[in-house]
Design a protein around this ligand. Structure first.
Ligand code: ATP
Ligand code: MG
Ligand code: MG
Length: 564
């Protein structure tokens, strides 16, 4: 019944203490379930749910499923997951604010009949071609349709025939009767309903006419008593129609007064990625990426798999703020938020991504043949209460290939013949040279340990110019490390051309690495700072320590290194 909606699910005035409640903010996040959410949606979620949280209001999660073509239950589940993972929920004050727009189809239909009866809507049977040419453009007004002055009774009859499946697709639409000469093209008798013989996942085959987004959306907001309907800037020109529609429905007593109001803010554009569900879907469908949750994707599931945290996205949203001007946010802003969020919490560990063997040639002589020396380091340097990690130092170690040079440049203080270097949390060694293969490839580096220099002992005070990371061959564990570059090679993909040409050809790389033994216990989705290398996460899908498979994704480097 209309009471149901008149005093609808979100009607705060029907609660006890109604006046106070009515003053409260009520927002909504209304995704269409036709794809996975992306970082632009994360911003919208943070704005809408954040406002509700800050002002003790409520934010509705509304699945805007008025278009039967493209929607899928898989997407519905992914949307709910994304909102929850970001730290928000749709329960407020004991109420569950989860809605689907298709539940309002009956009401929308009645609203359409009301407009027809009030002379504010008509059934137009012009061809698609005629509709297009008669709409005019920015330079000239539109032309009235020959069907514009039909009687209300005739329109009602014809509209019911549309509903009853008497007309084929494309034969007629219902239009608002506003002003074909309006400078705002959105007010030139916009379409309200079209015929579509499509099965809907919620309403089945009940309907063969479906409301247009511009008609449905204001009604959804009104029925849920939304106070602030926050939209992106493209919808600014739709606001006059939003207000036109709701003021007429309020006057007719179909919805509450005052009706909701729409506010616009700039959409988020992030450099080096695309933020459009359609384009992201194309990347998935054509196999340019490994699914919606590919760690290079700016989808929320992709960001999550990459190791992005809800805290970092929150920080990111706060830093970019809400503005009225469209702009591109540089990807490095997201990386900065990630570093700042992860630095205080991420567990430290050592890993060697491009390993080459370092042999301590005097080890057996000075320490004893086969001796392994136990070393330790804090899990986090500023949180000793979190405890320490333990690992061995021995004759055979792994170090990064790039940490050795035969002929070092002046600033190079790492391994080079004659250099003295600290192996972090281990010993100081003096490099004596290296062995190369016939092809000239570095096969093995040689060094001698300075036995009194173990970290944490008085002798550790010896001055060295360089410190490098390492893993011992005795207890280092093999791991796969996945390194990611930006998905696109240009900051603003698709600027006037096909963005697929601008895909980074090698944005994902897998390397065999050695990691310290503590990482053998890493849980999926656990975050780490690999010392000197950056932030990494244990892959939430493929990392399976129980099966001896360690997989880490690089989230971001320690410092900004990208130069564009
Ligand atoms: P897409 O073009 O990617 O499909 P959309 O706007 O069509 O995005 P919806 O599912 O309709 O996707 O969006 C739900 C909400 O998210 C809308 O209120 C919209 O304003 C908001 N939103 C979508 N993309 C962005 C963005 N890039 N920045 C800010 N808000 C966005
Ligand atoms: Mg949309
Ligand atoms: Mg869209």
């Amino acid at each position: 019944s209309s009471r149901r909606w008149g005093g609808g699910p979100g009607d705060a005035r029907h609660h006890a203490g109604g006046e106070l409640d009515w003053a409260r903010i009520r927002t909504r996040f209304p995704p269409e379930p036709n794809g996975y959410l992306h970082i632009g949606h994360a911003k919208s979620i943070s704005v809408n749910f954040g406002l509700a949280r800050d002002y003790q209001g409520a934010c509705h999660l509304r699945l805007d499923d008025t278009n039967p073509d493209r929607e899928d239950l898989e997407y519905v589940e992914s949307i709910k997951d994304a909102v929850q993972w970001l730290g928000y929920d749709w329960e407020a004050g004991g109420a569950r604010h989860l809605y689907q727009a298709s539940d309002y189809f009956d009401f929308m239909y009645r609203a359409a009949e009301y407009l027809i009866e009030a002379g504010l809507a008509y059934v137009d049977e012009q061809s698609a071609e005629q509709l297009r040419t008669h709409r005019g453009d920015f330079t000239r007004p539109g032309l009235d349709s020959p069907f514009r002055n039909r009687s209300a009774a005739e329109n009602l009859h014809r509209f019911r025939e549309m509903r009853d499946g008497k007309l084929p697709e494309g034969a007629a639409i219902l239009r608002a009767r506003i002003d074909m000469a309006s400078p705002n093209i959105n007010l030139r008798d916009p379409a309200l309903y079209r015929i579509k013989y499509a099965h809907h996942h919620n309403t089945g085959n009940k309907w063969c006419i479906y409301p247009m987004y511009t008609f449905a959306h204001p009604i959804e907001d009104a029925l849920e008593n939304i106070t602030h309907s926050i939209a992106t800037l493209e919808f600014e020109d739709q606001r006059p129609f939003y207000d036109w529609l709701l003021s007429h429905l309020a006057r007719g007593g179909l919805i509450n007064s005052p009706p909701p109001r729409q506010y616009e803010f700039a959409r988020l554009n992030l450099t080096y990625v695309v933020t459009s569900k359609r384009k992201l879907k194309q990347l998935v469908d054509e196999g340019h990426v490994d699914g919606w949750d590919d760690p290079r994707m700016p989808t929320i599931v992709g960001l999550r798999r990459r190791g992005c945290t809800p805290g970092a996205l929150q920080l990111f949203a706060e830093r970019i703020g809400v503005s009225k001007a469209d702009s591109w946010i540089d990807y490095s802003v997201l990386e900065g938020a990630l570093r700042d969020d992860l630095e205080p919490t991420a567990t430290r560990a050592m890993a060697v991504l491009d390993p080459v063997r370092l042999v301590i040639s005097n080890w057996d002589d000075v320490m004893g043949a086969g001796h392994l020396e136990s070393c330790s380091a804090w899990l986090h340097p500023r949180a000793p209460e979190r405890g320490e990690r333990k690992f061995f130092f021995g004759r055979d170690l792994w170090v990064e290939r790039a940490d050795y040079s035969d002929s070092p440049s002046p600033g190079f203080f790492r391994l080079a013949p004659g250099n003295i270097v600290r192996l972090k949390s281990g010993y100081v060694v003096r490099c004596t040279g290296a062995v190369r293969t016939g092809a000239g490839e570095l096969a093995e580096i040689h060094a001698e340990v300075l036995p009194e220099t173990k970290s944490g002992t008085p002798g550790a005070a010896v001055k060295v110019k360089g410190t490098i990371t390492w893993v011992s061959a005795a207890d280092g564990v093999q791991a796969e490390v996945r390194l990611y570059e930006r998905l696109f090679t240009v900051p603003q993909p698709g600027g006037g051309h096909d963005s697929l040409d601008e895909l980074h050809p090698a944005s994902a790389r897998r390397v065999r690495a050695y990691v310290e033994p503590s990482l053998g216990q890493a849980a999926p989705e656990q975050h780490f700072q690999f010392e000197r290398l950056g932030y990494f996460v244990a892959d939430r899908v493929d990392h399976a320590p129980g099966h001896g498979k360690l997989v880490f994704n690089r989230i971001t480097s320690l410092k900004e290194t990208f130069t564009g």
